[in-house]
Design a protein around this ligand. Structure first.
Ligand code: TYD
Length: 147
């Protein structure tokens, strides 16, 4: 059966389509400044920003993939790991700088763990929250990718 056309772009996405983005740093003795512009540092218009904080030691977040959503994850404070999985390969990315973002494209399974104490994960997203955009079942995710 043909997948819905709306998914056609993301289905073949691999780990190579996710990338670390170095963001501008305006160094200043009063404190540094970094910014993210939609359509510039991320290849989408920014529709939503959310953040994970007060994450208890040993906790894991994520555990899903998105059909359409594009995101940039930034360790605003502290550090954490993102495990990316395209259904064939996995890669662990350690984020610990507030001027680096990890861009995650659609149809990539992700898990976040190894949060340091007091860490904050900022997420810049291409769409507003929509539960129907999630794959929360790994086998369903694999099946959607034809794997
Ligand atoms: P979820 O995306 O599963 O969190 P994470 O991937 O960071 O572990 O979301 C957790 C809950 O929060 C879920 O019930 C949906 C809700 N939620 C919103 O209502 N709006 C949002 O923008 C987000 C990201 C989540």
């Amino acid at each position: 059966m043909e997948p819905p056309a709306v998914l056609s772009t993301g289905l073949t996405n691999t780990l190579d389509d996710c990338r670390l983005v170095q963001l501008p740093q305006i160094a200043d003795p009063r404190g540094n400044l970094t910014f993210v512009e939609g359509g510039n540092h991320v290849p989408f218009d920014i529709a939503r920003v959310y953040y994970l904080y007060d994450v208890p030691g040993g906790a894991e977040r994520g555990g899903h993939a998105h059909k359409e959503l594009r995101q940039l994850l930034i360790a605003m404070s502290g550090s954490f790991d993102v495990v990316l999985d395209d259904g064939r390969e996995k890669k662990r990315v350690h984020l610990n700088r507030s001027y680096f973002g990890l861009e995650i494209v659609p149809m990539i399974w992700r898990e976040l763990d190894n949060f340091s104490s007091g860490s904050v994960c900022l997420v810049v997203a291409s769409h507003r929250y929509d539960e129907s955009d999630y794959y929360r079942d790994y086998d369903e995710f694999l099946a959607a990718k034809g794997l």
